[in-house]
Design a protein around this ligand. Structure first.
Ligand code: FE2
Length: 455
């Protein structure tokens, strides 16, 4: 449960600037006027609490980011060095970096960033205020560069995709930090607020002179999906620009590297089930070049679960599969319960996406899960079989992620329904109750297993 009081018209970027001023001096670089033309703040003033309060209470003539400067901001070389230092901390990525031979072009792209002072400002604020998002963005930009090269994109396209990747989440600087750092499940309205970061990002980029419109478009579309289940517009396939699709895929892959591989010590091979799961049928080139890149550098770490823990993993696979089938059944039957004439575009794509998940779940069940117990007794090919079990488990994790996403989308639809349709609202309520029960059962299973592990 979030404990903040929602406020309207609050510019969270102003608060970030006030905090940045504690580390790097932020000052007013030109007189600031309110929308009525009255002088509000004089050039040269430091961006402290008093300034922030004045700005938050007024309507400005110009956006605040165009009226301030930061002393010692990031520059092309500091960004280049940060990317290199992150890559160096992951031997696997370092090998990819050398194999693709992109160091020189990376440096050039970073230096070229200095053409856009507003982007440098946003990245400086992001590094200080949202350092994880910043690291994710620079790594994503590096990865996009490698993919762009291997897709033989033009120099201009590579520049645009690099820029778009680097700034794809700067819109988050305009979202309430309390929502972004909330641990629990977000309410529909809060999720909508988080989603608006793509619109904030586009609006910022639209104001930058000399920037190709594709960059802003790619940022706007970096959460769209080719099946129409993405946001903000629910566009499909060819309606999406190539740059946006590359950013989306690379962002997701780098998030796995930073979260799963780094923190949970997963093997890099676990990126492969993710890639297979997320391969876009009408744009599989990204999948193919990523797979080729990973294969070419040769991965040695092909397992992450020790042999003596495989039995527990098999149990988890069965439990997970049972749980996910139940979850899928609830959301699929809810979506289908809505009369066809009342199904809007969002609901139709949810039904379709849910059908795809059903196929994946059935495929996993028939081909892999039934054979797991039997195959795990095969002493000859133990390592291969165990790797396969890990693979299935990772696929199930992807199914879980997708189900969570579709459930959130259904909650948004429910939220939009309001009081307009009582019988439909009742069906949604019942389905969400069933999901709560299912979740409680799953967590008690998990808890039981964790406590028996301790004895
Ligand atoms: Fe994003």
């Amino acid at each position: 449960m979030i404990t903040y009081t929602p406020m309207h018209n609050v510019d969270y970027y102003t608060r970030h600037l006030m905090n940045v001023n504690k580390y790097n001096r932020v000052f007013i670089k030109e007189n600031i006027f309110d929308s009525g033309g009255i002088l509000l703040l004089k050039k040269g003033t430091d961006f402290d609490l008093g300034v922030a309060e004045k700005i938050l209470q007024a309507r400005l003539l110009k956006p605040i980011d165009e009226c301030i400067d930061i002393v010692s901001p990031l520059n092309g070389i500091t960004i280049y060095k940060r990317i290199n230092s992150i890559i160096k901390s992951y031997p696997f990525l370092e090998r990819m970096h050398h194999f693709a031979n992109i160091n020189m072009v990376l440096k050039q792209q970073c230096v070229a960033l200095e053409r856009y002072p507003l982007l440098i400002q946003k990245l400086t604020v992001q590094q200080l205020q949202q350092p994880d998002e910043f690291d994710n963005a620079v790594l994503c930009a590096w990865f996009c560069l490698g993919i762009g090269k291997q897709l033989h994109l033009t120099t201009k396209q590579i520049h645009n995709v690099f820029l778009a990747a680097l700034v794809h989440d700067i819109g988050m600087l305009h979202i309430n930090p309390l929502i972004l750092t909330c641990d629990g499940e977000l309410m529909a309205a809060e999720w909508k607020t988080v989603q608006s970061h793509v619109n904030h990002g586009k609006k910022i980029l639209d104001r930058i002179p000399g920037l190709a419109p594709t960059v802003a478009r790619a940022v706007l579309e970096h959460h769209e999906r080719c099946d129409g289940t993405g946001y903000p517009a629910g566009k499909i396939g060819d309606e999406l620009c190539v740059e946006g699709r590359i950013v989306r895929m690379c962002d997701a892959i780098m998030a796995i590297v930073l979260k799963e591989v780094n923190i949970e010590n997963r093997a890099y091979i676990n990126l492969i089930p993710f890639l297979q799961f997320n391969m876009e049928p009408n744009f599989c080139e990204i999948y193919e070049v990523t797979m080729k890149w990973i294969r070419n550098i040769g991965y040695t770490e092909n397992r992450y679960v020790p042999d003596n823990e495989v039995e527990t993993l098999i149990d988890k696979v069965f439990c997970e599969e049972y749980f996910l089938k139940g979850w899928h059944e609830v959301i699929h039957s809810l979506a289908e319960a809505v009369p066809v004439e009342e199904q809007n575009g969002s609901l139709k794509v949810i039904i379709k996406a849910s059908g795809q998940l059903q196929m994946i779940l059935s495929g996993l069940e028939e081909v892999d899960i039934r054979n797991i117990k039997w195959a795990s007794r095969d002493k000859e090919n133990k390592s291969e079989v165990f790797a396969e079990i890990e693979h299935v488990y990772m696929m199930l994790k992807e199914v879980r992620w997708e189900l969570r996403y579709l459930t959130r989308k259904l909650k948004l639809i429910y939220d939009e329904l309001g009081n307009t349709n009582d019988s439909l609202a009742c069906q949604f309520n019942l389905a969400f109750e069933r999901l709560d029960k299912l979740n409680a059962g799953y967590h008690s299973y998990e808890f039981h297993h964790k406590s028996t592990d301790l004895h």
